[in-house]
Design a protein around this ligand. Structure first.
Ligand SMILES: Nc1nc(=O)c2ncn([C@@H]3O[C@@H]4COP(=O)(O)O[C@H]5[C@@H](O)[C@H](n6cnc7c(N)ncnc76)O[C@@H]5COP(=O)(O)O[C@@H]3[C@@H]4O)c2[nH]1
Lengths: 184, 184
């Protein structure tokens, strides 16, 4: 089951490495970006998991109320022979209905790109009809693995995006804002 | 089958992105590193796949005839909401028996770290005894996927490392040198 392995890989090869130092990274960012607005509960990495695996590379392409702000400071780690491999997160500024800015570290779950592309390649072994199931399996496996992780506790938020409101141009910003409020 | 998905992920999320620009990257490196020695056929990424999935983070830890030299120039790509995600390779200098230096871009296949760690986590679903089989499946799947890839042709070399000579302190450098010679 491809999604099972990708969820474990996402945890073991990424989240387990970056989440423990996320809070420090955000604190350092706030020190160097005096005009940034972080809600009380938003010292977490928001991870977007759209059920249709439809992932864009820039969040502002999805919603006019979202803008790229800046990157968090880089982490560099020696990994499997690659020296100083760079890990970083993007901070986006999300405007609410009153035009107030909310900053947060948010990204799509990158392995969903692999799921999407594999479902298009006949030789990869599964088709578009199984893709939704695989995304759900990815979400559940990741959620269960992260639940067991002491070092990642409270450092992330998984946002499963069901696609019924894709005609709403501010669907993504509203979704993110709703999750940011829940944490305050 | 975990290894199948990890091989596809390694191709779709990495090799397909970086191999097409590798030659240009090495040319630029040779221009800024006048004392580097590149064999006629070594404008490829050497990818080490040890059957026992035993991966170190720095190649010089494995073999005294290998030294880290420098990194190839960075590539930056917007990926799944992460802006300017950095992709880079390490160049290592490998000494042969006569002490002559050979430079090359080499690294372990990072997903093997996931296979190794998963085989240690009981909840992940497979044990140490299946690990070797999974590494073989990873190797074969990756080889088949890359064979079909026009844009990656001749830009890589997969090096499957069987572990019978691990008592030889220069086993890794000898292996790499043998593969570099084959390309000339
Ligand atoms: N958002 C995000 N930012 C990152 O820096 C990052 N690094 C890894 N990942 C995701 O975590 C998981 C584990 O990563 P691993 O390194 O074992 O496999 C990686 C790794 O073997 C290889 N790869 C990707 N980027 C690089 C890189 N910069 N250098 C070397 N290898 C890389 O290709 C695989 C798939 O990569 P992605 O498909 O981008 O998603 C990975 C993967 O799902 C990341 N996700």
């Amino acid at each position: 089951n491809v999604a099972h392995g990708l969820a474990w890989s996402f945890y073991l090869g990424y989240l387990q490495l970056v989440l423990p130092s996320l809070e420090k990274s955000i604190d350092s960012f706030r020190g160097s970006h005096r005009d940034s607005f972080w809600g009380r509960g938003s010292q977490k990495l928001l991870i977007l998991i759209p059920l249709n695996a439809n992932i864009s590379h820039k969040l502002e392409d999805e919603d006019g109320n979202i803008q790229f702000y800046d990157s968090l400071p880089n982490s560099e780690l020696d990994r499997a022979g690659v020296r100083g491999r760079v890990y970083k997160h993007s901070v986006y500024r999300v405007k609410d209905k009153r035009g107030k800015a909310h900053d947060c570290a948010v990204e799509y779950a990158t392995p969903l790109l692999t799921l999407y592309r594999m479902s298009q390649e006949r030789s990869a072994g599964f088709g578009a009809s199984e893709r939704r199931q695989q995304v759900l399996l990815f979400y559940r496996t990741l959620r269960d693995v992260l639940d067991q992780s002491l070092e990642c506790r409270n450092r992330y938020r998984l946002i499963l995006i069901k696609d019924e409101h894709e005609d709403d141009p501010n669907f993504l910003s509203n979704t993110i804002l709703r999750h940011l409020e829940q944490q305050n």
